[in-house]
Design a protein around this ligand. Sequence first.
Ligand code: SF4
Length: 239
Amino acid sequence: MTKKERAAHVLERLNQLYPEPAVPLDHTDTYTLLIAVLLSAQCTDKRVNLTTPFLFSKASTPRDMLKLSIEEIQSIIRPCGLSPQKAKAISGLSRILVEKYAGGVPRTLEELEELPGVGHKTAQVVMAQAYGVPSFPVDTHIHRLAHRWGLSDGRSVEQTERDLKSTFPESTWNKLHLQIIYYGREHCTARGCDGTVCEICTTLFPRRRLPIKKASHPTKVVKRNAQTGKIARKTSKKS
Ligand code: SF4
C-alpha cells in the first residue's frame, strides 16, 4: 500500500468507528473551552471534566475569573497537576482577554498563541473546535498513531502535523484529529503493540508476517521494517 492508500483506509475506518466524535472536554463557550484545553496539559480529559464544573461555577467568564485570586484558582484546579503554572496562566490570560479583547477570545492562531499558557496545540484546538477553522492539533496519541500507520516519520509533533496536513484533505482535519485520539485511547495505546493485533494494521501492512517489536530473545535485538515486518538490522548484544 502507498501512503495515500493507507491514509484513505485510515480515514474510512475511523469514519465508520467514530462518525460524529464528540469534543471530549466539557465546555459551554469558547472561553471555557480554552480554559479546559489549557488544564488538559499533562492531565486526562476525564479529570479536567471533573474539575471544571466547580471552577466554572465560580467563574465562567474572564471578568469573573479575575475576581478570583491565583491561589483560589490553584486550589480548585490542583487535581489537574501543574496547578501553580496553570493558575497563573488562567489569571494572566483572563486579564489580557478583558483588557485587550473586551472579554472575548481572539480568533487568530497568532493572537491565541500570545496568551499565557496557550501553546500551538491548545491554540489549534480552539481554532478547530470553537471556530471551525481547519486545524490539526497533534498530541502524543496522534503522533504515535501517525508513526504506527506509516503516515509520518516526524520526530517532533510539529513535523507530524505538517505530514498529516499534507496527507489528508483539509476538510477532514477537524474531525480526524478527534477520531485518531479516540482510536489511540481505546485501541492503540502508548503501552506498545507488535503491529499485528487489529484490523487497521493488518490491512495497511498485509505483508507484515512478524511482530514489529524486538524479539524476546534476551541477547538479540532484531529490528524489523515497521511496514513489512522484514528484518532490517540484526545485532547481538546484551541489554
Ligand atoms: S495493530 Fe497495534 S499498532 Fe496497529 S493500529 Fe492496532 S493497536 Fe495500533
